[in-house]
Design a protein around this ligand. Structure first.
Ligand code: MN
Length: 422
């Protein structure tokens, strides 16, 4: 076990009960303040620790970090140092922030710690490439049942291939960024010709994405075993989807404009290291997978997930409670599959899981499934109903793993829907 994951550790920083960011988490992010341009930081309790300050004042000496590595608007160069180096930094931060450690005096602590109320979180990485999988059996079954045949809901390839598609990196935005309702071509089955309008079926997809910290050469593959060394951490991921645009465009090449107008991520990269204590077995895979997809050990993670919907001027209501552990295909299999043909990966690629639905209706990870394509409207606290997302609605995703009194959380992944532009 990594020393930093010891449930007994306490910090000299006050961590409120129920906080996503105890000393056992220490996720990395990029923040700015009124006085600071974007730099790297680590979350603990209600504070952000300024890594530039720690680095420049010799608290991270001996780790072999290049000058200026944290004084950047993205974590790409830091993650490019590799998983081992990121681990060393997190271990050192854990040591510095422990209640028994007095290396930082009162003045240093006051300068290094900035209250979260005073920071604005930015995109943690410049996303190089983004791919989206479709790895929840429950989600694929629900969608297949609604649009094809409940008896043959899964397509024949689904239990053999971690199905995915290449998404768009440029429109991935950080939590808090407002999104305009997308416009596009729409044609319902009873219409003869398509029309052009704002989407009437705007949806969220509850997903978790992993970020890579290494790169491979064209022609190389990553095994399921080696995949752990290439995955630095995770963020929550809302893959906003326009179902009406999707339905008309998706055959034969899959999602395009229905998905690429925006995706929202949580700002803190929770390391795979911090999530090690929360590994669990995934669902049994039958039929047996091809050898390149076989794996050993626990590759799923027990991360409780929820989605809340907040109508304009009203309270939020939780519409979905799910768990990352339901994923049929795990992240190691996804990365092994993605590279088995020799596709090269880059530092700060993002790979989303696909909508994470669980077995019960309350655990479905999209409005499409929750309202069963409009047949079961959801009741909002302000008395209104929802089939899909209205203008003015805010969608908030949250996630955390919890065991032995330690809660490793992600913070919010939040986005408000504005009317379509004219
Ligand atoms: Mn998706």
């Amino acid at each position: 076990m990594l020393k930093s994951n010891d449930p007994g550790l306490k910090s000299w920083v006050h961590v409120p009960k129920g906080s996503d960011f105890p000393i056992q988490n220490l996720p990395f992010g990029i923040f700015k303040t009124k006085y600071l341009s974007p730099v790297a930081g680590v979350a603990i309790g209600d504070y952000v620790v300024d890594l530039v300050y720690l680095h420049e004042n010799s608290y991270l000496d001996g780790l072999g970090l290049p000058a200026g590595i944290f004084n950047q608007k993205y974590l790409n160069d830091f993650f490019a140092l590799g998983k081992k180096k990121v681990r060393d930094v997190r271990e050192r931060l854990s040591e510095l922030l422990r209640d028994s450690n007095d290396e930082m005096n009162k003045a240093a602590r006051e300068i290094a710690l900035i209250h979260m109320d005073e920071v604005q979180m930015m995109m943690p990485v410049k996303v190089q490439n983004y791919s989206d999988f479709y790895s929840s059996e429950e989600h694929a079954t629900n969608v297949g049942s609604m649009f094809r045949d409940p008896k043959n809901a899964l397509l024949p390839n689904w239990k053999h291939i971690p199905v995915g598609y290449h998404g768009r990196a440029s429109s991935i935005v950080v939590s808090g960024t407002a999104i305009h309702r997308p416009k596009g071509q729409i044609k319902s089955p009873d219409q003869e010709l398509p029309t052009f309008s704002a989407s009437k079926k705007l949806d969220f997809e509850l997903e978790v994405a992993f970020i890579t910290c290494g790169e491979t050469k064209l022609g190389e593959s990553i095994s399921t075993k080696a995949a752990d060394d290439f995955i630095v951490g995770f963020v929550l991921f809302n893959d906003w989807s326009a179902r009406d645009i999707q339905q008309w465009e998706y055959v034969p090449l899959g999602p395009f404009l229905a998905k690429n107008f925006a995706s929202t991520i949580s700002p803190w990269v929770v390391t795979m290291d911090a999530l090690e204590p929360f590994r669990v077995e995934g669902p049994q895979q039958v039929p047996q997978v091809l050898p390149y997809l076989a794996f050993e050990g626990k590759k799923n993670f027990d991360i409780v997930l929820e989605v809340a919907l907040k109508p304009e001027g009203s309270e939020e209501t939780v519409v979905c409670r799910s768990n990352f552990k339901y994923m049929y295909w795990n992240v190691n299999q996804q990365l092994a599959h993605h590279t088995v043909n020799g596709c090269n990966i880059q530092v700060a690629d993002m790979y989303a899981s696909g909508t994470i639905s669980g077995p019960s209706p309350g655990s479905y990870g999209s409005m499409l499934e929750l309202s069963w394509n409009g047949q079961k409207p959801l009741q909002m606290p302000d008395g209104t109903e929802r089939i899909f997302i209205n203008d003015g609605d805010t969608v908030v995703m949250r996630g955390h793993a919890e065991r032995d009194g330690v809660r490793i959380g992600f913070g919010n992944c939040k986005g408000k829907i504005l009317p379509a532009t004219h």
